[in-house]
Design a protein around this ligand. Structure first.
Ligand code: GLU
Length: 474
């Protein structure tokens, strides 16, 4: 099995494209095939190298490595179409020599006139094939090359998602395959590349389904085997229309920046348009085991950000805490934490807040108080007024004394020492917890008391509780 993902570098990697990449990658990995990355950059107006770099970066972020393609090479390169221009000409010459293509000198106006005449006769607008049988030679002047498409019968392909797709040849134009500029057209180069790269299965978005009969005609004219096809349904917005920017973020990069884990996005994208019983949570490895073309649904999946958020939290709880902390680090910095403050306390701190965050942005917002300079804490004045009151002074004072005596700064040791003191003094833990929480965080809500004390570290805990006591004095 040889499959490919063929992005056009005209923008960031769109989540629809990312899903196509993922499906292809999964098939290659499941079946021991080869996954090729090809850059379709023939639209020179819109293609930019920065976008290519960005697309490669997003694919790697998702964990989708390629076996052949830019930066890794391979035996059927080059893998950028603009570097393959010399590959296409000989095929066009061959089709001309075999009479399967012809030169056409009709101007754009002339073609349009012909189309209008067909419309006037109640026929489908297409090229009226005036040059088809003129056998124009290379010296005919400015011309395009058109495919001599069959006039009768049907062009068929079988699609793993849509079944047999038949198109009446009477509906198909004599496709221009080479422009007057000498450049071959998109549908032609795709076919040549797929032939030369030995692609056996084309998996792509439904938006290409109308190109497929045109491409099949080119394979047939060249006498080349037609690959298998699978067209995955579009991703829809919550309102059922095609997902677009007005529904929110559509690039992989923006989800990365919004604090989604690659595992969650991959998991979510795969399940959108592919079903596998009731299972919702899949690692990439599990997807490799489970993925099959037969599970791709015909109907488009609707983008559901709440489900993505749920999966993201699920994955934040699944990944190794040290790994999660590393991925969260830049989000903490963006939330105002000085980079040098993000020391060995980062992992325990992250563990105390990940239950209450759905993205890394939210995780950092919930946990940044651990690392902010004391004077930068966000103070909830209502919480201060309620909890840092004179009555709390002896409690905070007493607690400070207890904490100063704790040398093993662990959750267990802290809990044991504080509970023993509370019992001995007849205090209520509930009365102490809030003044401490407000002292440490500036807020009335936060992680559990002992986890938080342990994670914030001894010096910061003692310093902030002392400052809270001073505030409580008024
Ligand atoms: N370059 C095309 C796109 O970005 C994909 C073409 C194909 O998969 O055949 O939509």
């Amino acid at each position: 099995m040889r499959v490919r993902f063929a992005p056009s570098p005209t923008g960031h990697l769109h989540i629809g494209g990312a899903r196509t990449a993922l499906f292809n990658w999964l098939l290659a990995r499941r079946h021991g095939g080869t996954y090729i990355l090809r850059i379709e950059d023939t639209d020179q107006e819109r293609s930019r190298r920065e976008y290519e770099v960005e697309i490669l970066r997003s694919l790697r972020w998702m964990g989708l490595d390629w076996d052949e393609g830019p930066e890794v090479g391979g035996s059927s390169g080059p893998y950028r179409q603009m570097e393959r221009l010399d590959h296409y000409g000989p095929y066009i010459e061959r089709l001309l020599a075999e009479g399967k293509a012809y030169r056409c000198t009709c101007s754009a106006e002339r073609v349009e006139e012909g189309r209008q005449q067909l419309v006037a006769q109640g026929l489908k607008p297409m090229y009226d094939r005036r040059c088809r049988d003129l056998a124009l030679g290379p010296d005919c002047g400015e011309h395009v090359v058109r495919l001599r498409a069959p006039l009768e019968g049907t062009t068929d392909f079988s699609d793993h998602v849509r079944g047999l797709v038949q198109t009446a040849n009477a509906e198909l134009d004599d496709l221009v395959i080479r422009r007057s500029s000498g450049l071959p057209v998109y549908n032609f180069v795709v076919v040549i590349d797929d032939i030369e790269m030995g692609v056996s299965l084309v998996v792509r978005g439904e938006d290409h389904v109308n190109n497929t009969p045109k491409q099949v005609l080119i394979y047939q004219a060249l006498g080349a085997p037609v690959p298998e096809f699978a067209h995955a349904p579009l991703i829809l917005g919550p309102d059922g229309s095609r997902l677009s920017k007005r529904h929110g973020a559509t690039s992989v990069r923006s989800y990365e920046e919004d604090g989604y884990l690659a595992e969650a996005l991959v998991n979510y994208l795969c399940r959108l348009g592919w079903s596998h019983g009731d299972q919702e949570v899949f690692s990439l490895g599990e997807l490799v085991q489970a993925f099959a073309l037969s599970g791709i649904t015909k109907a488009g999946g609707r983008w559901d950000v709440d489900k993505l958020r749920w999966l993201n939290q699920t994955w934040m709880k699944r990944v190794d805490p040290a790994d999660l902390a590393e991925r969260a680090r830049p989000f903490f910095v963006a939330a105002g934490a000085p980079p040098e403050a993000l020391d060995e306390r980062l992992v325990p701190a992250v563990l105390t807040v990940r239950e209450r965050a759905w993205t890394l942005v939210e995780l950092a917002a919930a946990g940044r108080f651990y690392f902010l300079p004391d004077e930068a804490l966000a103070w909830d004045e209502a919480a201060v007024a309620k909890h840092l009151v004179p009555a709390a002074v002896p409690l905070l004072e007493g607690l400070l004394g207890v904490l100063e005596g704790v040398s093993d700064w662990s959750v267990e040791a802290l809990e044991e020492a504080v509970k023993a003191w509370v019992e001995a003094e007849g205090h209520k833990l509930g009365k102490i917890a809030q003044p401490v929480r407000v002292s440490l965080t500036g807020q009335a809500t936060g992680p559990g008391l002992f986890e938080m004390l342990a994670a914030i570290g001894r010096p910061t805990a003692l310093r902030r509780i002392a400052a809270g006591r001073d505030r409580a004095r008024g």
